[in-house]
Design a protein around this ligand. Structure first.
Ligand SMILES: *[C@@H]1O[C@H](CO)[C@@H](O)[C@H](O)[C@H]1NC(C)=O
Ligand SMILES: *[C@@H]1O[C@H](CO)[C@@H](O)[C@H](O)[C@H]1NC(C)=O
Length: 169
């Protein structure tokens, strides 16, 4: 019996040691991104930003939000280009308004991230997702010329939503 117990103890030690190894080699970017629906989208962006290396969860979230702000500005640039060939197009004009709101919301989201305000931050991300949807739905049933960016923006927004969720832990 004592022998079995001893073996169990040794096995437990090995199991604990193995389970500690991978987490020991994971940094905060990995652990944070792995807890979102799109770890690849998350880590590939954060790895490209030098300041992310030493940032805490709040800082990583601020950086991820800056990616959404940038992508939304890209979206508005694309809309402006499309508007040159279709001046006054109602759907494009409406999308531009929605993306301007997204950019306003990213400012709120940044403040929430700085204050680690998890619930307020998630609420703001939901508002952002609704703006993105309203843009896309405006084209329905015609195919939207903006779908690729809409998809990227949605993935990034979902990542940010889950990052805010981790602030509760
Ligand atoms: C995260 O880091 C920032 C500055 O780098 C600091 O001001 C803030 O207090 C930190 N937040 C937490 C929750 O540790
Ligand atoms: C964005 O694009 C995707 C992919 O085409 C589509 O399924 C979705 O309904 C669009 N709108 C939103 C809000 O995601």
């Amino acid at each position: 019996m004592a022998k079995i117990l001893q073996n169990c103890t040794i096995i437990s030690f090995i199991v604990i040691a193995i389970s500690l190894l991978p987490s020991g080699s994971c940094d905060l970017i990995d652990t944070t991104c792995n807890d979102t629906p799109y770890p690849g989208v998350c880590s590939s962006f954060l790895r490209g930003i030098p300041e992310a290396k030493d940032a805490n969860l709040s800082g990583l979230t601020v950086i991820m939000i800056s990616s959404l702000t940038k992508k939304s500005n890209d979206e508005i640039t694309k809309i402006d280009q499309l508007l040159k060939t279709k001046p006054g197009d109602e759907h494009l004009t409406s999308c531009k308004t929605h993306y301007k709101s997204v950019i306003d919301f990213t400012r709120d989201a940044t403040n929430h991230a700085r204050n680690s305000a998890s619930e307020a931050g998630q609420g703001t991300v939901v508002d952002i997702l609704l703006e993105i949807r309203d843009c896309e739905d405006g084209f329905h049933p015609e195919p939207s010329p903006l779908t690729d960016l809409n998809q990227t923006n949605r993935d990034v927004s979902n990542v940010i939503y889950f990052m805010f969720g981790q602030m509760r832990k």
